[in-house]
Design a protein around this ligand. Structure first.
Ligand code: FEO
Length: 396
């Protein structure tokens, strides 16, 4: 992959990470990209860098267009190290005239790299920077998803360089949305939103409102990960509007783990009740589904059921992992219930209910506990729980 022009005199010069499989708890099973953009203007400007091990790839791409020492400006839209890991080395090479960052970006740069004499220039929302033929308008996007995050908008190109927002962890040789499967692209975008941005949904709502008020003319969105939206950037903006308002479907995710199949059998009986009610069901066994894929399915589900047998007076570690992760992401406007088998104490349902209370999930049933192995009566109770949850999901 070489440098690639995305707009006249605006080039993708980033790096493709085909092999990353874990992004602090998020399964990047199709890799990712670290997008970096070079604007060739009177002031040659580089927007964001890449993760440290990919510095040479970035330099190779820049060299296809210009001598890196000719770069005048660096714009640091986000300081997380997947975009800034090679920043100190790049600054040594480039010796930029100025480095632009948000006020929180300056603090983050100081805390990460402890620089002594970097030519930092703080910009705020509404500030503009002339590069010659092109102009950069800055927009702080605090907590999307770090305090320092910001957008850079180039009106002459109707181009929004959006940092992490609107991104996807997906490594491809293609660079644009219209060159890949739209369904797969949206799956990756949803996974990215669910696992990184769901917690910040109120901020996303405010940002979308602000962008609408600013009446920005956008015909391309270039995020720092994955594909660039050129065919229909409105599609991802609309999706963010839906996800940030917790728009959901008549769909229930049943997440469970099992010790000797009793809890798995309960899950199946519950699913049959849900199906009788005509709602969509996703069965997700924690032994074979990654937490980040489960959270992705929960993003647009109205209901979620958690199943775990009791182990040592608690729940199985896989369920504790999932619930801890999910609680941090703050899902909203869901109904839920818990279930699980037990031998002699049976605290798992109580603990799962505790997590649901903490998350604000509307617990519509105290939950079902089954001693050792379910009976036909127990299966009926599980089926009835499926009916109850299915009806609640249809009513909401
Ligand atoms: Fe892609 Fe928040 O870094």
């Amino acid at each position: 992959m070489g440098a690639f022009q995305i707009k006249e005199n605006v080039h993708w010069v980033g790096a493709i990470d085909w092999n990353i499989r874990d992004f602090h708890g998020y399964s990047t099973y199709k890799g990712t990209t670290y997008n970096s953009f070079l604007v060739m203007d009177e002031k040659i400007t580089l927007f964001d860098t890449v993760k440290k091990p990919f510095k040479n790839e970035l330099l190779h791409h820049i060299n296809q267009l210009t001598d890196p020492t000719k770069i005048d400006y660096l714009v640091v839209n986000h300081v997380e190290m997947d975009h800034s890991g090679c920043l100190p080395e790049m600054i040594d090479i480039i010796k930029p005239e100025k480095i632009f960052c948000s006020p929180m970006g300056e603090k983050a740069i100081q805390a990460h790299f402890h620089p002594k004499d970097w030519p930092l220039e703080v910009v705020k929302s509404g500030d503009t920077l002339s590069l010659g033929q092109k102009t950069v308008h800055f927009l702080e996007t605090k907590m999307l998803h770090w305090p320092d995050s910001m957008f850079s908008y180039i009106p002459e190109d109707k181009l929004l360089i959006s940092s992490d927002a609107f991104g996807q962890h997906w490594s491809t040789s293609e660079r644009f949305d219209d060159e890949v499967s739209e369904a797969e692209l949206m799956d990756h975008a949803a996974k990215y939103y669910a696992n990184i941005l769901m917690i910040f949904s109120p901020n996303v709502q405010k940002l979308l409102q602000k962008v609408a008020e600013m009446n920005l003319d956008i015909d391309m969105i270039a995020p720092d990960h994955g594909l660039i939206w050129r065919k229909n950037p409105g599609k991802i903006i609309d999706a963010y509007a839906d996800w940030s308002h917790y728009k959901s479907k008549e769909k229930v995710v049943i997440v469970y783990d099992t010790m000797w199949q009793s809890t798995a059998k309960m899950a199946k009986a519950i699913s049959e009740g849900l199906l009788r009610e005509g709602v969509s069901v996703k069965m997700m066994d924690l032994k074979v589904n990654h937490r980040s894929d489960i959270v992705t399915e929960i993003l647009d589900a109205k209901g979620v059921l958690f199943g775990s047998p009791t182990l040592n007076n608690g729940m199985l570690p896989t369920m504790a992992d999932l619930l801890t992760y999910l609680k941090g992401l703050r899902p909203k406007q869901k109904v839920g219930a818990a279930f699980g088998s037990f031998g002699w104490s049976g605290e798992a349902v109580k603990h799962m209910n505790g997590y649901m209370e903490d998350m604000g999930i509307n617990i519509i049933d105290p939950g079902i506990k089954v001693k050792y192995v379910p009976t036909h009566e127990n299966y009926q109770t599980c089926f009835d729980l499926g009916i109850k949850v299915g009806q609640a999901v249809k009513e909401k």
